[in-house]
Design a protein around this ligand. Structure first.
Ligand code: EPZ
Length: 422
């Protein structure tokens, strides 16, 4: 197992390029099941989760070819009996659930393991199952597997909102299934995340009829078949946001190339409120902070609200801000595994149900800390960059699931960071 060793106290300065989006690429890869012509994807990031999705699709008979420079070609057979998504893969990556809708819609049969537990909290898939049942799918839970079957799905109108609002992969699953359903489907309270929009655009290129992309009301006119297409995956707004927060938190000057302003507006607004300067030009976003950041209150919400996947990184930055901040988690009420680890570095944070009160301190000090999940590990790296002395972040396999060459990119911004074997 690897760890990252960071010597903190340096301002991050310079330019770094955002990779393709993990959370856009994963459901788009699953969409390859819907067509029997090649899906050519460009800008696919080199991540553990992408490889896992590739393995899962191969199990389902999809030919997955990785080419140089982030290109991937996916070709699904016109017929296949390989409809089982095994627990051993699904337990490592929840996004595997995105094969359920396409399998049911295209092959009329699916056997997908329930994902199981997650460090960031309770993550049921009831909305996915309800949505597929409303489309006429027979859905049973047997021996830890979702067993689904249907002749042909039928379009209908549904409200897909849950206790925390819209569901990102829930919307993706129903959207993909509805493209091949008979008749019209309306999804109300659909997720509007840029990743869902990117998936919808790929489906349109494949021949699907979709209206309302980017809005909470998607209207899908089912078609008899979908073809292949070529598509460049959108840049990863969470990776880009992580670099912008790291730049501001180290009182640095960081420019992220390939980042999209509209995808990150809630973050830009928050950084401005903290006293950082954030500007954009020609597809780049630049964050500069010349002095200690100010405290603010942050509440995570579905897009276009502040993303829950940047909550931990923002909390690390607020740990050294001037004043008291309140961070409220409205998507995953228990997503605070990073709090105890930040406290090991001298952060003063008190948790109350789904909120944390952060008393900003002048300085953090380096310490050995443990990563618990993908975004928490990014927060510990940022804290290590801010802290005096050395920080050792262990279990960085969490990080490798969602960040492409993070330490190389941070080193190019002047960070003192290296990977070691544990
Ligand atoms: C996606 O997960 C992302 N993953 C997550 O990013 C992200 O945190 C999340 O959306 C929210 O933005 C991918 O896109 C692969 P949800 P997803 O369904 O789709 C509840 C990362 O770090 N809910 O939008 O699984 C759920 O428990 C990952 O890259 C139900 O109650 O999230 C949560 O509280 C972590 N029933 C809320 O809705 C359901 O059937 C939002 O979950 C589905 C969800």
């Amino acid at each position: 197992m690897d760890a990252l060793v960071i010597t903190g106290g340096r301002r991050l300065t310079g330019k770094v390029r955002a990779s393709g989006s993990k959370n856009a690429a994963l459901p788009i890869m699953a969409a390859s099941i819907l067509a029997d012509e090649p899906l050519v994807l460009k800008g696919v990031p080199n991540l553990a989760d992408i490889r896992t999705m590739g393995r899962l699709l191969s199990q389902l008979g999809v030919k997955v070819e990785r080419k140089k420079g982030g290109t991937m070609v996916l070709k699904s057979p016109s017929r296949s009996r390989r409809n089982r998504a095994p627990y051993k893969i699904m337990k490592t990556m929840r996004a595997g659930i995105c094969v359920l809708g396409p399998l049911l819609a295209r092959r009329g049969k699916a056997e997908v393991s329930l994902p199981g537990g997650c460090a960031i909290g309770d993550r049921p898939v009831d909305l996915h199952l309800k949505g597929l049942r409303w489309l006429g799918g027979r859905i049973e839970i047997e021996h830890g597997y979702i067993a689904g079957s249907c002749q042909r799905l039928r379009g209908t109108e549904m409200y897909l909102g849950g206790p925390f609002g819209s569901s990102v992969t829930g919307t993706a699953n129903i959207l993909m299934a509805a493209t091949l359903a008979k008749g019209t489907t309306v999804i109300d309270c659909a997720a509007c995340e840029p990743e869902v929009q990117d998936l919808a655009r790929v489906l349109q290129k494949m021949g699907a009829c979709i209206d309302g992309i980017g809005s909470p009301r998607l209207v899908i006119e089912g078609v008899d078949r979908l073809g292949g297409c070529e598509h460049r995956v959108i840049p990863d707004r969470i990776e880009a946001g992580t670099f912008l927060v790291a730049g501001a938190a180290t009182r640095g000057d960081v420019t992220v190339e390939g980042a999209r302003w509209n995808d990150l507006f809630a973050l830009v607004h928050a950084l401005n409120e903290m006293g950082a300067e954030v500007e954009h030009e020609d597809g780049t976003i630049r964050a500069t902070a010349r002095r200690r950041l100010r405290s603010i209150d942050v509440t995570t919400l579905p897009f276009p609200g502040f993303p829950t996947d940047l909550q931990a990184q923002m909390m690390a930055a607020l740990a050294r801000a001037d004043g008291i901040s309140v961070v409220t988690e409205k998507i995953y009420p228990d997503r605070f595994m990073h709090v105890a680890e930040l406290a090991r570095m001298g952060a003063e944070i008190r948790k109350h149900s789904n909120a944390a009160v952060v008393h900003g301190t002048e300085r953090l000090s380096g310490a050995p800390v443990m990563a618990s999940d993908l975004r928490a590990s990014a927060a510990l790296v940022i804290a290590g960059l801010m802290a005096s002395g050395q920080t050792r972040v262990s279990r960085v396999y969490h990080l490798d699931r969602g960040y492409d060459r993070l330490e190389q990119k941070l080193r190019s911004l002047g960070a003192r960071i290296r990977r070691v074997k544990e």
